[in-house]
Design a protein around this ligand. Structure first.
Ligand SMILES: Nc1ncnc2c1ncn2[C@@H]1O[C@H](COP(=O)(O)OP(=O)(O)OP(=O)(O)O)[C@@H](O)[C@H]1O
Ligand SMILES: [Mg+2]
Length: 359
């Protein structure tokens, strides 16, 4: 990689787009348009386990711009949730080691104490967790849960909080907000529960939403509805989103940029069209090959990626994908490739023998 930090160039495009589309109430933010909303540098998160340190996030650097959607994709266990948790500070210090910096609006979140971090969470950055069932309290009515989170951050009377809660449910297209506020989580469908969770995340108008596999537990139709809803909310509120998924197909049409993660590291990163049409990293290509295609002629089995994801306990010296990679050369097993520029601005990849190289 030369000179600039990954994402700076692509970020400028997203910033321009945002400046153009931004609603008037975000005009104040325009002054900060030239700095990313979130800048993560060399983020590291290791879990202490009986077998040693699991390096779940191993030196990740990326930026998220105001109003953009960044997709974070990779196979199960590659560290996507660990990344989101490390950003939000949702890791017990006793169980994990965290390093690097997470600069949000000019402030390094890793240096904040618990109280300052709690203030930041919800109000500025919100997260939709991977398992919707455990995100809601099963014995509390939906209304109580939304009102509780509203009153945590905003000084509202009970009546104001109730009215705001109903408005929030309306904004996530729940048809009967009054009735839904009185229900318990088990009385709602999976799709409705996920809408409620998104409403809670939006309660304080965060500037950044980390959505960790927000649709995994839902059927395909509801999945599309929830992703459409997130896109709509992002447009209306100018809210940046990190959309975490193990499915490149899910993020393909709904992101400005994509970061591909493998074994705790970013291995390819850039504008979504470049990732799809000028793929450089063989792992990204393999992920693309595992997306089902409706236009495929005849019956073709889905490609799977051969081999197993590597252990995050003691990663070898070379590229972590090398043992599974059809393009691997001796150097790939011996020396770790750094993230470097491709010919497209803002597109980076980590590979010694990328796709498109003369062989
Ligand atoms: N609390 C924990 N203690 C020890 N190891 C953990 C803990 N949480 C996660 N890990 C390990 O960290 C690695 C990354 O896990 P993570 O949950 O971030 O993966 P992921 O990419 O989100 O996967 P998925 O797509 O299945 O959600 C895995 O090897 C996992 O086993
Ligand atoms: Mg996860």
């Amino acid at each position: 990689m030369t000179g600039s930090h990954p994402g700076e160039n692509a970020g400028a495009a997203a910033r321009q787009r945002y400046a153009h589309n931004a609603p008037a109430r975000f005009a104040d933010d325009a002054a900060d348009m030239n700095t990313p909303l979130l800048e993560v540098r060399d983020l590291r998160l290791s879990y202490r386990t009986e077998r040693g340190l699991v390096r779940a996030v191993d030196g990740v650097s990326l930026t998220v711009d105001r109003g953009e959607t960044l997709g974070l994709v990779g196979e199960s266990g590659c560290g996507k949730t660990a990344f989101a948790r490390a950003v939000m500070g949702l890791v017990p210090a006793s169980a994990a080691e965290r390093g690097g910096s997470v600069v949000f609006e000019g402030e390094d979140l890793l240096t904040l104490d618990d109280k300052a971090m709690r203030k930041m969470m919800g109000a500025q950055i919100a997260m939709v967790f991977q398992s919707p069932l455990t995100s809601l309290n099963p014995v509390m009515r939906i209304g109580t849960q939304i009102i509780e989170s509203l009153r945590l951050h905003r000084s509202l009377t009970k009546a104001e909080a109730r009215a705001t809660a109903a408005d929030l449910l309306r904004s996530v297209h729940i048809a009967d907000p009054g009735g839904t506020l009185r229900r318990y989580p088990h009385q709602l469908s999976g799709g409705m529960r996920q809408r409620v969770i998104i409403a809670i995340a939006l309660a304080c108008g965060p500037k950044l939403l980390l959505a960790d596999e927000p649709t995994t537990a839902l059927d395909v139709t509801v999945q599309a509805q929830i992703l459409d809803l997130l896109a709509e909310l992002r447009r209306e509120r100018g809210m940046a989103t990190v959309l975490v998924s193990h499915d490149l197909g899910v993020v393909a049409t709904r992101t400005d940029r994509i970061a591909v993660m493998y074994a705790g590291k970013i291995v390819e990163y850039g504008p979504t069209p470049a990732l799809f049409h000028q793929t450089r990293m063989p792992y990204t290509k393999a992920l693309l090959g595992s997306i089902p295609r409706l236009d495929a002629k005849g019956r073709r089995p889905l490609n799977t990626i051969p081999g197993r994801p590597p252990s995050l306990l003691e990663p070898g010296p070379g590229c972590r994908f090398a043992p599974r990679c059809a393009y691997a050369q001796p150097r790939c097993l011996a020396e770790e490739p750094p993230l470097r520029d491709s010919s497209t601005p803002g597109h980076y990849f980590a590979c010694w023998n990328p796709i498109g190289t003369e062989r």
